[in-house]
Write a protein that binds this ligand. Structure first.
Ligand SMILES: [Mg+2]
Length: 241
């Protein structure tokens, strides 16, 4: 869920969140970073609207300093936040690890990190509970599989940052389906997949089949390769002229 500065924002976000709940999603992420007071108001409104059964994550896209991020984390801890994503600028590894030590909210990050060498910094400095490599930016499927193996070795969860085209969505689904799950558990938690719901024809028209979640779940295509074909007509429509 995103925001533009507008009147009654918390009410609008709460309505949007309720719509996703009705569609069967049982996890959702909302943007924060407007300012701390408004973020708290918005998070509270969304949590009250969706109830306690839905996972709720927040993403600041590095809007805050360490002290601001600590303040926000403290204020929203009681709203059952599943992760706080990119609280501070990605270069501030020590701020990540300091924040992580001061809050019970799991810390997520890594969409601006590249290759296994970048993620090694995140892991060695204990910056994140959830690593979020972007397959299209961090080095491709093979490199992100290496990053996933490294995350597993450090005991860090991995949920890829997934944005952009239907090709990126399909690549992420296949990677997620191939990530090692923690052992010694009778039932593993459901795998999570980031699926932006804002309007995006490059996601929804560029490949066939298109990805429509049913009851909050996506079906992984089982055709060869990424399981999708580029829709040449759509490609032509969106070519830069
Ligand atoms: Mg993000």
């Amino acid at each position: 869920m995103y925001f533009t500065e507008t009147e009654s924002l918390s009410k609008k976000l709460a309505q949007e969140a309720l719509g996703y709940k009705e569609q069967g999603f049982d996890a959702m992420k909302m943007k924060v970073g407007l300012n701390i007071e408004k973020d708290i108001e918005n998070v509270k409104a969304v949590r009250q609207a969706i109830g306690s059964d839905i996972d709720l994550m927040i993403d600041a896209n590095h809007a805050y300093s360490l002290t601001e991020a600590m303040k926000l984390a403290r204020a929203v801890e009681s709203y059952q936040i599943s992760w706080f994503e990119e609280p501070v600028s990605p270069e501030y590894y020590s701020s990540y690890s300091q924040l992580r030590k001061t809050t019970s909210i799991p810390i997520a990050g890594g969409e601006c990190e590249y290759l296994r060498f970048g993620f090694l910094h995140l892991f060695q400095q204990q910056c994140v509970d959830i690593a979020q490599p972007d397959i299209c930016a961090a080095g491709g499927l093979t490199e992100v599989k290496r990053i996933a193996d490294m995350a597993y070795t450090f005991g860090v969860d991995l949920v890829p940052h997934t944005w952009g085209t239907g090709i990126a969505v399909s690549a992420a689904m296949h990677l997620i389906a191939n990530i090692d799950m923690p052992g010694s558990r009778l039932n593993n938690a459901d795998a999570l997949m980031e699926l932006d719901r804002t309007e995006n024809p490059l996601r929804d028209e560029l490949v066939q089949p298109t990805f429509s979640p049913h009851n909050g779940r996506l079906q992984i295509p089982n055709e060869p390769g990424l399981g999708v074909n580029v829709n040449e007509d759509a490609l032509k429509r969106y070519l830069l002229k």
